[in-house]
Design a protein around this ligand. Sequence first.
Ligand SMILES: C[S@@+](CC[C@H](N)C(=O)[O-])C[C@H]1O[C@@H](n2cnc3c(N)ncnc32)[C@H](O)[C@@H]1O
Length: 318
Amino acid sequence: MNVDTYNNREESRKMSRSLLRFQDQDFEDILDKFRFINNRRFHNVSSKYTYPNDGIEINRLEISHLLLKSAYGGNFSSPVHDKLRNGISVLDVGCGAGHWVIENAKDYPNSTFIGLDMSPIFPTENKPKNAGFIECNVLEGLPFPSNTFDFVHQKLLYVAFSKKEWLQVVKEIVRVLKPSGYAEFMEVEPCLLNAGPIVKSINEKCSQYLKSKNIFLEIALRLKDIMDSTKSFDEVNIEKRILAAGKWGGNFGELMHLYLSMTMEASSALVFENTKRDKYDKFIKTYYEEIEEYRSSIVYKRFYAQKLQPFIIREHKE
Ligand SMILES: C[S@@+](CC[C@H](N)C(=O)[O-])C[C@H]1O[C@@H](n2cnc3c(N)ncnc32)[C@H](O)[C@@H]1O
């Protein structure tokens, strides 16, 4: 695959336009325009996705990238290190600001890394030649032929899809993955462990808002079942990390506290759109105090599995 094709935004637009069969007018309408709510910038694509796409959000994504890489001791768990060294094609679905793509592209210069996102926040400068970006809503289908990639990665899309859409996305990832290639997902459980009463009530308010948008928040509890239901993967492996959600977890916890406060701020623009600022501030102060008092933690899971060869039929236990 020629990365330069993807590095140029105009080229990427032309390609998406033809592959996704947008009319010129429709296509222009969904590009380069944003919504602003409570001083935060959001994408304007017709999607449920709840977080903003401004500079503060890019910083939040960078912090989560650092935290998760450190918690897992690396950027992925699939056994693809040697293949990446030799040179393979990799897709990162919902790549955000491209932290995962760019870091891996630097680590594995013989491989090609394509980031895909509906928000164009991937950097346009100072990126390795083997890293590229395509602007696309995955729910419209991935603009690649079947069996294109050796490794497809997707991280933290838990506020993006309904349950039905999750199955659609997993099937689309299976389609573009080569037989024997690896798919890897990282998601987070919806509730903090050891949550106090205010933490529970704020989580509940966020959950209600997201459920009203038909977002399937329980994905980290159900993704293995969804992957198994496609009957396209060999054994699905799960790597779980329970991480301190606050300063009680030392230096790591300090950074997690910063990340969580940015996450609450990002969600609050929509979830607490109609709550008075002083009431919200009071609530949120108690939220952080409780996390320390109850030593709350947060559960992340990596799921990875190899796509079966077409002639292998694997029966999954119900
Ligand atoms: C929480 S961010 C995670 C970004 C990146 N994976 C990371 O870990 O830094 C989720 C990303 O998914 C993208 N996204 C949400 N719904 C999408 C869709 N339907 N198609 C493509 N991208 C989507 C958002 O624009 C956002 O950049």
